[in-house]
Ligand binder design. Structure first.
Ligand SMILES: [Fe+2]
Length: 304
């Protein structure tokens, strides 16, 4: 063992030291990091003052980079492979309260998994703290594997094979935001994702939920919406949730395939906060993966 892995709980979250993410990460060390990632679902790397290129190099070890569209405002992100989660504008001033970019990012305060509204969602996200708010702004993570494990058997049977429709317009409608760039309407039609999925490396079953999830395919809309809301409420009960309090130069990596997260509010009209986000894409759409996997019950029959 080269790196040091300190669990934050039995199997959800771990802190990693003994690696410098500003340098190329050797293959043997990445394999240790990846093993911790598979087991703990989110990792905290303290004191890693990386720049964008270094963060991208680390992200590429997990998979193909995900590209970010300009969701809202004149230009939301400086570059298409790094998402700026910030209230600081290009001229170093705080964004105005009604700025479309700021309003869009308020949607990150809803429980979600990244990019589930894309046909191929994000496998993992990496977030680095460049400037932090002295008050608020924490990030919470929910363990959707543990939540699934805790469901009663009859609920597991009911969920087997169910597919939900996800849309970025669904999540943003919940905060009253609709100022998308026209390109976004064209590029992101609703997509279908499994409600229960099997984690590729660990084989653990997990819920797959997000504020982007609208309803259940083949069910009346309101019945499916109620199910999704009930599942999100259950999966975010305190026993499944960890809250991370950011320190300068923290780097976090989380597995979007089996967790949800949300940002806690902070006074963004008073405090500066600059976080840089990169993502590695998943192997495919969850429905397609289930159909082609060796999981015989993914789409066919309930498991007991
Ligand atoms: Fe997110």
């Amino acid at each position: 063992m080269v790196i040091s892995v300190t669990p934050l709980s039995a199997d959800f979250g771990a802190e990693i030291v003994g690696v410098d993410l500003a340098q190329p990460v050797p293959r043997e060390i990445f394999l240790e990091i990846d093993a911790a990632f598979v087991r703990f679902a989110f990792l905290v790397f303290p004191d890693q003052p990386v720049n964008d290129d270094q963060q991208l190099a680390f992200t590429r070890l997990f998979g193909e980079l995900e590209i970010n569209p300009q969701y809202a405002g004149g230009r939301m992100f400086r570059r298409d492979d790094v998402a700026d989660f910030t209230n600081v504008d290009a001229d170093d001033s705080l964004m105005r309260a009604h700025d479309a970019r700021r309003m869009f990012n308020i949607g990150n305060q809803l429980w979600h998994t990244d990019s589930s509204f894309k046909h191929v969602p994000a496998k993992c996200s990496i977030l680095s703290a460049r400037e932090i708010s002295p008050v608020g702004g924490q990030t919470e993570f929910a363990d959707l594997r543990a939540a699934y494990d805790s469901l009663p058997p009859e609920m597991k049977m009911q969920l087997e094979g169910l597919v939900a429709e996800h849309s970025v317009f669904r999540s943003r409608s919940q905060i009253g935001f609709s100022e998308f760039n026209q390109e976004i309407h064209d590029r992101f039609p609703p997509v279908q994702q499994m409600i229960v999925r099997r984690h590729f490396e660990s084989s653990r079953r997990s819920l797959y939920l997000a504020a982007h999830a609208s309803h259940v395919i083949g069910w009346p809309v309101e019945k499916g919406r109620k199910l999704i809301e009930d599942l999100i409420a259950f999966a975010t009960e305190p026993q499944f949730v960890y809250r991370h309090r950011w320190r300068m130069a923290d780097v976090l990596v989380w597995d979007n395939r089996c967790t949800m997260h949300r940002g806690k509010p902070y006074d963004d009209t008073r405090y500066r906060r600059i976080m840089h986000n990169t993502k590695a894409a998943d192997k495919g759409n969850t429905v397609d993966l289930a159909r082609t996997s060796n999981d015989p019950v993914a789409l066919l029959a309930p498991i007991i």
